[in-house]
Design a protein around this ligand. Structure first.
Ligand SMILES: Cc1cc2nc3c(=O)[nH]c(=O)nc-3n(C[C@H](O)[C@H](O)[C@H](O)COP(=O)(O)O)c2cc1C
Length: 294
């Protein structure tokens, strides 16, 4: 079996999920290829693949515009199976609507979406998740991914629940695609900026230029947060959303149980349900596996 995994990741969370999923596919004997959508040099023959995976971070209850542009650029096919992987900061059911537009584009071109998997990963905007929560999220994802992967390979379809008025809500929030470009022009740097050029090099859409020792932010920003999240000097101000900026990579391995979590009450029930349900899935899969061995 041959699988092509196409992904976009702003700040690395989705990339981590894709790599783990890829590991699972490979350990099941699948031949995999990974395509980084921002490289903008797609030259695979889709027809050669049994399955196509598309992975993205949820932005304002939608797929980022770079993902929709990629889907629009794909050739038409007949019944090619696609699975979707998504990451988001909170595990709200409303996030299920993020793939509706993507699915619509793909279905028009003859793709058949059979499986969707959603993993909760730390926020790269809004607030910084506590180390303990980050540890829990990642630990959950790495245990659930092999289960999802074996479900995918077994041929069992698994789509996420529908949300009432989902298409309409997603359409409303897609203002973010336009708003991101508008807001991107409002990015600026503080005096801490040393003009190292890192932001310009890592921007996935080449939106940041340095001219005459000045940083110039263009109008192509897709609000992925990579520049501000990874700025070593925390010198980038993200326009209207600056008070929600998160700077600096997360440590995914620090369990730190005694830490006081400032945001412990934010969507508390959703996180608890997500972690509980994932745990039940892990336990039930373990039990099944043990039964088969006997
Ligand atoms: C502009 C923007 C909008 C976002 N909107 C949502 C959202 O609607 N729901 C959510 O749960 N997380 C949202 N997030 C958080 C990201 O989906 C989450 O942190 C994701 O794991 C980041 O993945 P990445 O590191 O691959 O970019 C948003 C992040 C950004 C930058």
């Amino acid at each position: 079996m041959k699988v092509l995994l196409c992904y976009f990741s702003g700040t690395g969370n989705t990339k981590m999920i894709v790599n783990k999923f890829n590991e699972s596919l490979v350990s099941n004997g699948v031949e995999t290829y990974i395509y980084k959508i921002e490289d903008n040099c797609f030259n695979y023959n889709i027809e050669e693949f049994d399955l196509i995976g598309i992975a993205y971070p949820i932005h304002a209850f939608n797929a980022p515009s770079i993902i929709l542009d990629f889907a629009n650029s794909l050739i038409s096919v007949k019944d090619k199976k696609v699975f979707i992987l998504k990451t988001s900061g909170e595990p709200l059911k409303l996030n299920n609507i993020s793939s509706l537009k993507l699915v619509k584009i793909l279905e028009k071109k003859g793709y058949k979406i059979t499986n969707e998997y959603h993993y909760c990963m730390p926020y790269n905007i809004l607030f910084r998740h506590s180390d303990n929560m980050v540890y829990k999220m990642w630990n959950t994802a790495i245990k659930v991914i092999p289960i999802d992967c074996s479900e995918l390979l077994s041929g069992k379809d698994a789509l996420l629940d529908k949300v009432f008025m989902g298409s309409f809500i997603a359409w409303l929030f897609r203002i973010e695609h336009w708003g991101g470009r508008f807001n991107g022009k409002k990015y600026s740097v503080t005096n801490d900026c040393i003009k190292c050029g890192k932001c310009s090099k890592i921007c996935p859409v080449n939106n940041i230029k340095i001219e005459n020792e000045q940083l110039i932010f263009g109008n192509k920003c897709i609000m992925c947060m990579r520049c501000s999240f990874l700025c070593n000097k925390n010198a980038i101000k993200i326009g209207l959303f600056n008070k929600w900026k998160v700077n600096g990579p997360y440590n995914f391995d620090n369990k730190s149980e005694n830490e006081v979590d400032k945001h412990r009450n934010f969507c508390k029930k959703s996180y608890e349900t997500y972690l509980k349900k994932s745990n039940e899935k892990i336990i039930s899969f373990k039990n099944k596996t043990i039964k088969i061995e006997n």
